[in-house]
Design a binder for this molecule. Structure first.
Ligand code: NI
Length: 251
């Protein structure tokens, strides 16, 4: 019934990945899209996509990898992106949360990967933290791209800009947090512009906030959205699934 459009599933975080995937099946998770965003997790996620029918992947170098990612890595990435069940490039983007020393290198790595996505006509999965202005301006240089603003938590004004540029908002556990302003944005932006994700192992929804997240908690996010739209969960799940299929060209 549900698709987790963005999660990280790696030996680094989980002892028993087979068990996690089995568990997902018991919680109505039909498909998951793993984001491999470091040299090692790119390889690991591609292997999982080969092994499991329900696993798809997006791959690309996270801004946190900016100082160690080489041109050879990007050359290899371009080849890896042509593998079976790769549905997008990412997560890629800008992260100014930890300081701005490497801001120019981040922009360069971001642009290089957007160029690759453009060339291969793949959607992009965007990580943007404390960097909204630069993210929007760089994405505007690539008007043919579409994608997912992963873990969106900005204002309604920012949401509208992204949507007008052809992007969907990836909504996760934050929408369930008390005092979050995200529910109002989700209500106003319209169900057509939303997809859902866990970003596990991070950002577990209530009542599991602070614990290790997993795709099996995704129904809690869908439930919250169903509440906000006053719609049956089945109908919301169907609409979100259609949005996801369209964006990532799944079938
Ligand atoms: Ni992520």
């Amino acid at each position: 019934m549900f698709i987790d459009t963005h999660c990280h599933l790696s030996k680094e975080d989980y002892e028993d990945i087979d068990k996690i995937i089995e568990d997902n099946r018991d919680h109505y998770i039909d498909k998951i899209i793993i984001s491999g965003c470091t040299r090692d997790t790119i390889v690991e996620s591609l292997e999982l996509a080969k092994k499991y029918d329900e696993v798809y992947v997006t791959i690309g170098y996270h801004p946190s990898e900016v100082l160690t990612t080489t041109d050879d890595d990007l050359k290899l990435l371009k080849k890896q992106l042509k593998s079976d069940k790769v549905v997008g490039v990412g997560e890629i983007g800008l992260d100014y949360h930890y300081g701005k020393e490497d801001i120019e290198q981040q922009k360069e790595l971001f642009r290089k990967q957007l160029e690759i996505a453009d060339e291969l006509s793949l959607p992009v999965v965007i990580h943007s933290r404390d960097a909204t202005f630069d993210t929007i301006n760089i994405l505007k240089e690539f008007p043919n791209l579409k994608g997912d603003i992963h873990c969106f938590s900005g204002s309604i004004e920012t949401a509208r800009i992204y949507v007008s540029m052809g992007y969907k908002l990836g909504i996760g556990g934050v929408v369930t947090f008390r005092n979050s302003t995200l529910p109002k944005v989700v209500q106003e932006i319209g169900l057509n512009n939303i997809i859902i994700e866990t970003d596990s192992p991070y950002l577990a929804p209530e009542p599991f906030r602070g614990k290790q997240n997993s795709s099996k908690y995704l129904p809690l996010v869908a439930d919250k959205i169903a509440d906000l739209y006053d719609m049956p969960i089945e109908e919301v799940a169907e609409r979100l699934k259609n949005n996801t299929y369209e964006l990532f060209d799944l079938r």
